[in-house]
Structures are given as structure tokens and as C-alpha cells.
Design a protein around this ligand. Structure first.
Ligand SMILES: [Fe+2]
Length: 191
């Protein structure tokens, strides 16, 4: 199933809903939750903690790059030799503004940033993100921190990363994808 090229707003949100339904039951990288539960819980925390609509959408969609096999061929090719956050961001950039896309693109970098500047954050990480942190380059260097802090979406990137970390509780009820449909529809770029 390919993302619609000539889409209307309902089409693309329905496409995202279908990705969650068809691929959301994948295991989330060594955690006790599925991919769908993880992303829906991240969005729930964003909503509970007064995230902006764009931040809620970014939390909901931050790992959509893991569904890369079902995203259209161009992004899938990219995803195989790049990283899921890049594949997800490039897909989302076709439909959503930078306020949604940047926290998705930077959510791995944000972990590396927070591990460099906030020891308490590192101490709270579960084993899986600690393992991937090492594969992803470890905590940022001072120079990388300086560059990262120039990102105009820095605050949103950090908030989304913390909600990403929080969404890992298999016992915690959460809204379903449809709860976010109108919010997503309101954010999609009108071209
Ligand atoms: Fe995640």
C-alpha cells in the first residue's frame, strides 16, 4: 500500500491509521509494549502535559519510520541505508509542517543531546535505548551540543523525546488512533 500522491486530508490520515492498524502490533525494540501502544502513549502524555497540537502529533508519529516497509518505495529505499527517524521525517514532511517533522527527525539526536546535558535523564533510560545510544554515537560532544541547541524547534524536540521515553507501560490504558484524527487533519499542509 503506497501513500496517496494526490491526496486529500482524510486520505492521508486514514493511511496513517491503516499503518497503525496493520503494523502497530510489532514489538517496540526490546520493550514490553507494541509500536502502536508506544506511540499512542507518547501522544497521550503530550496531551496530558499541555503539548501543542504539533507536539502531540510529533509524539504520536515519531516512530512511523519503523513502518518503513509499508511506506512508499522511495522512502523505503532511503530507510534501508539511513535511520528510522530520517525515513519517518521525510515521509511526514510531505504532509506536515516543520513543527511536527523536526521533533521526529531529531528524536534520536535528542536522546544523544539529553544524555550529554542531563545525567538524570540517562539514569532513567531503560536498557533498550541505552543499547541503541551506543550504536547511535553515544552522548553528544560539546560541539554537537552547541550545534543542536541552534535548532529552532529545540524545546519541542526535548519534550517529544521525554514523552517517547514515557510511553512504555504495557498496563497503561491509552486513547486509540481515532482520538487524534481531527488534530492530525488540522495540521496537514494545504497545498
Ligand atoms: Fe519511540
Amino acid at each position: 500500500m503506497n501513500a496517496p500522491d494526490h491526496y486529500n486530508i482524510r486520505d492521508i490520515v486514514s493511511y496513517l491509521a491503516e499503518l497503525f492498524a496493520s503494523q502497530g502490533d510489532q514489538e517496540y525494540l526490546g520493550e514490553q509494549v507494541t509500536m502502536a501502544t508506544h506511540m499512542l502513549q507518547a501522544a497521550m502524555f503530550a496531551e496530558q502535559q499541555d503539548g501543542s497540537d504539533a507536539e502531540i502529533a510529533a509524539a504520536l508519529l515519531h516512530d512511523v519510520g519503523h513502518f518503513v516497509n509499508d511506506i512508499d518505495a522511495g522512502v523505503a529505499e532511503h530507510g534501508q541505508d539511513a535511520y528510522h527517524e530520517v525515513a519517518g521525517a521525510e515521509f511526514l514532511a510531505r504532509f506536515f509542517p516543520a513543527e511536527v517533522v523536526e521533533p521526529v527527525r531529531q528524536h534520536v539526536a535528542s536522546k544523544r543531546y539529553l544524555c550529554a546535558v542531563d545525567p538524570a535523564y540517562f539514569d532513567k533510560l531503560s536498557p533498550a535505548p541505552v543499547h541503541t545510544l551506543n550504536l547511535q554515537g553515544g552522548p553528544m560532544t560539546d560541539d554537537e551540543v552547541t550545534v543542536f541547541e541552534r535548532n529552532p524547534h529545540l524545546d519541542a524536540c526535548i519534550r517529544v523525546r521525554k514523552w517517547d521515553e514515557a510511553g512504555k507501560d504495557p498496563a497503561l490504558p491509552h486513547p486509540d488512533f481515532e482520538h487524534y484524527r481531527s488534530l492530525l487533519e488540522s495540521l496537514i499542509l494545504r497545498r
